[in-house]
Design a protein around this ligand. Structure first.
Ligand code: URA
Length: 225
């Protein structure tokens, strides 16, 4: 045994013999383990998620995006609106639903007493724009969904409003079209979920206005329960 190894052994034996030292050391370590992790506020957790989204490179959409769009809104919102993915204007500004569909969405919200930035959180399943607004690939959905799940846990909405086929299908793990999915209340992460048509679909198809109004009234009645 060389002299270094011998010195280590002597140190170990001294520590074992020195009951006081080892007891104090064990108590110190136990106390450290029992310390709660430094408390992070929900605001900080939400900001941290947004920072992670903004620098995310988990899928190929990172190559083509201008800006990632983490989402926008308040903690404890009455409603969390979940769209599909950013379009061209959202990609440019880094904010959700800021184009024509977003302006129409604001009117829907106002019709049931809700307001962007006041009592709503608005986000998307996919945080980066798919080229030519194509449907997101399964690998992109899988890469991005954990961000939305985290956001739901952090902001704690009362009701989830899925707008459009893609967000409803992904959160409900179903393949039916939105015409079949809407009209029922589901649950995701313990939060009631109401699916409806996408505002840009309704702008193109005015006959969807009536069912959307039924769905919005459903949201309102869940909030009033
Ligand atoms: N359509 C969406 O689904 N999300 C947006 O953010 C904008 C348009």
């Amino acid at each position: 045994m060389n002299s270094d190894a011998l010195r280590d052994v002597i140190e170990d034996v001294k520590h074992l013999l020195d009951g006081d030292w080892s007891r104090r050391e064990i108590e110190k370590r136990e106390a450290q383990q029992q310390q709660p992790a430094s408390p992070v506020s929900r605001e900080e957790a939400l900001e941290e998620t947004a920072r992670t989204v903004s620098s995310c490179r988990r899928c190929g959409l990172a190559e083509t995006r201008t800006m990632a769009v983490p989402g926008y809104g308040v903690l404890d919102p009455l409603v969390m609106v979940i769209g599909e993915a950013p379009g061209s204007e959202e990609d440019r500004q880094g904010l959700p639903f800021v184009g024509a569909a977003g302006q129409y969405l604001d009117k829907w919200l106002a019709a049931i007493g809700l307001e962007r930035g006041g009592n709503v959180f608005i986000g998307n399943i996919i945080k980066c724009r798919p080229p030519q607004n194509r449907d997101p690939f399964p690998q992109e959905q899988q890469a991005c969904l954990p961000f939305l799940k985290d956001q739901i846990s952090i902001v704690r909405p009362k009701v989830l409003l899925c707008v459009g086929r893609i967000s409803a299908q992904i959160l409900l793990a179903k393949t039916d079209g939105i015409g079949r999915l809407r009209g029922s209340v589901y649950e995701f992460q313990g939060v009631p979920l109401v699916p409806t048509y996408h505002p840009s679909g309704v702008l193109r198809n005015p006959e969807y206005r009536r069912p959307v109004w039924e769905d919005l009234k459903q949201v309102r009645s869940l909030l009033d329960e």
